[in-house]
Write a protein that binds this ligand. Structure first.
Ligand SMILES: *[C@@H]1O[C@H](CO)[C@@H](O)[C@H](O)[C@H]1NC(C)=O
Ligand SMILES: *[C@@H]1O[C@H](CO)[C@@H](O)[C@H](O)[C@H]1NC(C)=O
Length: 608
């Protein structure tokens, strides 16, 4: 695939400023060298794990397009498909909620989000685990998104319990059979969720290995079809997708099968065999995935000899890139419908006051782009500045304490500039609070952090993987590191990502971003970037507060995030300390997020 430079002069950049798309105040899009999309006969655009970021990334220029821009993009791409006589589908694989003020800040949550999201025409859509943690979230998904998408919503292994009647029913239809618009290709589509067990009690997730044995599934895979499309809130390397693949393939040796996955928040692609291809499209609406398949797709034409060609692209959600792929510019790109959706988002953001600034971040603080401990680490900032100030219980303020926070409590970087209400939900969307066990012998308490930061499980028999306390991106990256020598200096290129080609020469300046290497190769990203560093962070960090400067205290208060209580109790038990849930009390009023926002309001300048 030849690299094509988009040379964008300042005239174009100025145009982009005049023709407002994206959200007002969003960072201006940046030009970069691009790789083209490869069209086939069947083409798919894919979003996953958007987590409420439908307003785009206001502080990151390369992801600052919003859901309205995606509506415009899809409209142009549909037109292009019609012209070529091929077909285009849109799919979404769940975790649309939790993680951004656009969803989280309203009461009830999602007051504006459901209406904004539905404006995009999505052909196949399914549920993620974040739609199911809280019973009311699952209720709203069933009340809003399922009817909004009617026959397009597929729930192959998910049931819902009606709160009034107590009746158990499929969350949505089990599968979908339809014909494409232009070529009348028959498609049979499924929508799965991985074997999730943390859901509230108003939904039931059936393990995928059981679903594929169900009579309805066995009959669905015997339907006459040209292509199977399996979408799922499932990582493409996870066993659940492989089980679905084996079941379909056993019955259909020649039919192409397209998989669309998510959950692990990375760009990834793989082939299960030469006729089956899988792609995962990142997180937080940074990425719009693209997959195309070409060849004799009609089942009547397919034989042992016929082959298919697949392509995948990870499209940066960058307005200039969307212009590039559609051959349009800032004036011709936004459609009336797209502009309307951008306006809905602007209105919703204003209604919940997402731009209210708690303070101005004096510098960027990274989760994993700079080393911990270090001056640019968000975790060092928490440990050294925030926690000593906010982890104070008025009745126990003279008691020395160890305060343990799991790194997974932080979900995103803090960028230099305004720290807004929106930022609080982005950086720490959880309702976690600080709890404590009083007067733990120091000799025991001080060893807890070491056990929590062990790789693997605290105890082989315990079903608690320590890594669930850390950031989800590391779940995948961790594995790749363990097999690399780079582990010794604790630094790897993110998601086994390496620089692409040589960055010398006369190309436009490269921006930092995804440089993905997947099972297919290293040409997946639509934009050529310089790689972003990825430094491993521990599962948990610890602030030592008011410890005597000489000698050791006899006892300390052991303070920690309520989320990690099971791990802390297990660690104490292993160290010979018998404590239970009954010993755990609230340490300080307010969620961790509120404490952090309060600290910022007090300590950072109000305005930038
Ligand atoms: C779910 O749990 C809640 C609270 O424990 C309980 O009131 C409710 O009846 C349970 N619902 C079902 C369907 O089991
Ligand atoms: C956009 O919004 C205007 C004003 O509300 C409305 O008249 C128009 O029908 C909308 N257009 C589309 C395509 O949604």
């Amino acid at each position: 695939m030849a690299l094509k430079a988009v040379v964008m002069g300042s005239a174009v950049a100025a145009l982009a400023r005049m023709a407002a798309a994206a959200q007002p105040g969003a960072a201006k899009p940046v030009p970069a060298p691009m790789r083209d999309l490869v069209w086939g006969r069947l083409n798919v655009l894919h979003t996953t794990d958007t987590h409420g970021w439908h307003g785009g990334h206001l502080q990151e220029s390369q992801y600052s397009a919003d859901w309205g821009d995606y509506v415009s993009f899809a409209e142009h791409m549909h037109r292009s498909a019609d012209k070529r006589g091929v077909d285009l589908l849109l799919v979404d694989t769940g975790d649309r909620v939790e993680g951004n003020g656009l969803y989280d800040a309203s009461s009830p949550k999602g007051k504006y989000y459901y209406d904004i999201y539905r404006e995009q025409h999505v052909d196949i859509i399914c549920t993620g685990n974040h739609e199911l943690y809280i019973a009311s979230t699952a209720d709203r998904e069933h009340q809003h998104t399922v009817p909004n998408f009617k026959e397009n919503y597929v729930a192959s292994n998910l049931d819902y319990i009606d709160p009034k009647s107590g009746e158990r029913m499929p969350m949505a239809q089990r599968y979908r059979k339809f014909q494409t618009k232009n070529q009348k290709l028959d498609i049979v589509a499924f929508g799965f969720l991985f074997d999730f067990t943390g859901n509230a009690n108003n939904t039931i997730v059936q393990p995928v290995r059981d679903t594929v044995r169900e009579p309805w599934f066995q009959s669905a895979i015997r339907e006459e079809t040209d292509v199977f499309v399996v979408i799922g809130h499932v990582g493409v390397q996870m066993p659940e997708f492989k089980a679905v693949f084996r079941a379909i393939r056993k019955q259909n040796p020649l039919t192409p099968i397209l998989f669309f996955g998510g959950h692990v928040h990375i760009r990834d692609a793989t082939a299960y065999d030469s006729r089956s291809f899988a792609v995962a499209s990142g997180r937080y609406f940074e990425t719009i995935g693209w997959m195309s398949v070409d060849g004799e797709l009609e089942r009547t034409a397919v034989s042992e000899e016929s082959g298919f060609s697949f392509h995948r692209r990870y499209i940066d959600n960058n307005l200039l890139g969307l212009h590039y792929h559609t051959g349009l510019d800032a004036t011709t790109f936004p459609t009336e419908h797209g502009r309307n959706v951008s306006a809905m988002i602007t209105k919703a953001r204003a209604a919940v006051d997402l731009d209210y600034a708690f303070g101005c971040a004096p510098k960027t603080l990274w989760m994993s782009r700079s080393p911990y401990p270090g001056g640019s680490s968000i975790y060092s900032w928490l440990e050294e500045e925030v926690l000593p100030d906010v982890a104070v219980n008025p009745h126990r303020k003279d008691v020395p304490r160890l305060v343990i926070v799991n790194t997974g409590a932080i979900r995103f970087d803090i960028f230099k500039g305004a720290f807004t209400r929106d930022t609080t939900y982005i950086v720490s969307p959880f309702l976690s609070v600080l709890v404590y066990i009083p007067d733990v012998p120091y000799r025991t308490a001080r060893k807890v952090i070491k056990l929590l930061n062990n790789a693997g499980k605290i105890m082989e028999s315990a079903p608690m993987d320590n890594r669930f306390m850390a950031i989800p991106e590391q779940l995948v990256i961790h594995e790749s590191i363990i097999h690399e020598d780079a582990a010794s200096d604790m630094q790897v290129d993110g998601n086994h990502q390496k620089p692409l080609g040589d960055s010398a020469g006369t190309r436009p300046r490269l921006t930092d971003g995804y440089t993905t290497r997947d099972d297919i190769g290293n040409d997946g990203d639509d934009t050529v970037h310089t790689p972003v560093n990825f430094y491993v962070v521990p599962n948990c960090i610890q602030a030592e507060i008011d410890l005597p400067s000489d000698g050791e205290p006899d006892t300390v208060d052991l303070v920690f995030m309520d989320f990690i209580t099971p791990w802390v109790l297990m660690a104490l038990r292993l160290l010979g300390g018998e404590y239970s849930e009954k010993d755990v009390e609230l340490y300080v009023e307010g969620t961790f997020t509120e404490l952090m926002a309060g600290w910022i309001e007090k300590n950072w300048p109000r305005h930038c």
